[in-house]
Write a protein that binds this ligand. Structure first.
Ligand SMILES: NC(=O)c1ccc[n+]([C@@H]2O[C@H](COP(=O)([O-])OP(=O)(O)OC[C@H]3O[C@@H](n4cnc5c(N)ncnc54)[C@H](OP(=O)(O)O)[C@@H]3O)[C@@H](O)[C@H]2O)c1
Length: 323
């Protein structure tokens, strides 16, 4: 494995070293994604973040197997995370979903399997349009899905299990009902949504946070048909800190995530930015920088989950975020 970069690991609750920096893979497809994964592995990335719903695990699988064959990296050098989609929460659906992901990725096991959202949908629904597309958590409780995931971990299909978009209350509920604590909770995190309380609560429970959309997901506005007025990448305070360190604003956002003790998975398909992002691990933000960034929090979610809450849905923004 090439050691061109400085690496940080976070200890999971069983002591496993979790590579704290990875490549996000939501949105890109085809050759762009294939190149991005090969470049990232060449640049020393040790973690790739995938999901069944991204519809591109076959491309990532091809890039991984080509990289293994070429001797760029070995399977043990790279941490692969994937996620169970909302339509596959029923006990009988969980194993086939993971097997499909493993086949697409050309892997025998995942390093980490996450429940993508605390939301259940009817099988076959691609994009929910009405309340009928959902299954309530009373009819299909999260702990049932979680217990089915544990069976797969015990069978060796994934080494670790975790959750995504979970509040501290939902994690406590999973633990109370199954006695199994998630290793990781992957959530939206950036200076405009710092989630200090969630970070503190997860730290107390021994759950590592992974920061998704750490750059404010500037390429998903079109997908959600919104033009977000708050762009964290364009923030003046971030720009000032970047200039003071002679780095880019994106690198400041990544360094901030890492210095707070969270994992971080920026997405890029641009070779220069793929290399730039991993190099951010070497940046040392000062206490004054960290304090100035802490003051930017405006509890702003770019991905607020409103697509799970059409009229009549068993899910509301209040129930999703326990607010
Ligand atoms: N669990 C979940 O529900 C969930 C939800 C959202 C995301 N995620 C995961 O988190 C990953 C990252 O989040 P994201 O894709 O939403 O957005 P993001 O990483 O916050 O932003 C990606 C965007 O930033 C650009 N970019 C990358 N590096 C940059 C830099 N150094 N300077 C300026 N711009 C830069 C990228 O463009 P280029 O490609 O052109 O560089 C792309 O447009 C996803 O890909 C996915 O793996 C998980």
């Amino acid at each position: 494995m090439k050691k061109t970069t400085q690496h940080t690991y976070l200890a999971l609750h069983d002591g496993t070293a979790f590579p704290a920096f990875g490549l996000g893979t939501w949105k890109p497809q085809g050759e762009d994604l294939y190149r991005a994964v090969r470049v990232a592995l060449d640049a020393g990335y040790q973690h790739i973040d995938c999901a069944a719903i991204y519809g591109n695990e076959d491309v990532i699988g091809r890039a991984l197997s080509d990289a293994f064959t070429a001797g760029d990296v070995g399977r043990d050098d790279v941490w692969i995370t994937s996620k169970l989609w909302n339509t596959e929460h029923a006990r009988a659906a969980v194993r086939p979903a993971l097997e499909k992901t493993l086949a697409a990725l050309h892997l025998d096991y995942l390093d980490l399997y996450l429940m993508h959202w605390p939301v259940a949908m009817r099988p076959g629904v691609l994009r929910p349009k009405s309340a009928d597309d959902f299954v309530s958590l009373t009819d299909l409780p999260l702990e049932e899905t979680w217990a089915a995931m544990a069976v797969l971990r015990d069978a060796g299909l994934t080494r670790q299990m975790g959750v995504s978009n979970f509040t501290a209350a939902k994690i406590r509920h999973l633990h109370a009902t199954t006695d199994i604590m998630p290793a990781v909770n992957q959530v939206e995190l950036h200076p405009y949504l710092a989630q200090d309380e969630l970070l503190a609560a997860c730290r107390e429970m021994g759950v590592i946070l992974t920061a998704y959309s750490p750059l404010g997901t500037p390429d998903s506005g079109e997908l959600f048909r919104r033009d977000d007025p708050f762009k964290v990448l364009d923030d003046e305070v971030i720009a000032g800190i970047a200039a003071a360190h002679s780095v880019s604003p994106g690198q400041v956002l990544i360094a901030w995530a890492q210095q707070r003790g969270t994992a971080v998975i920026p997405k890029s398909t641009n070779e220069g930015r793929i290399r730039e992002n991993v190099a951010a691990a070497a940046i040392e933000l000062t206490d004054a920088d960290m304090n100035a960034i802490a003051a930017l929090d405006r509890r702003h979610r770019y991905i607020d989950g409103r697509f799970w809450c059409p009229e009549g849905s068993p899910y509301t923004l209040a129930s999703l975020w326990d607010e």
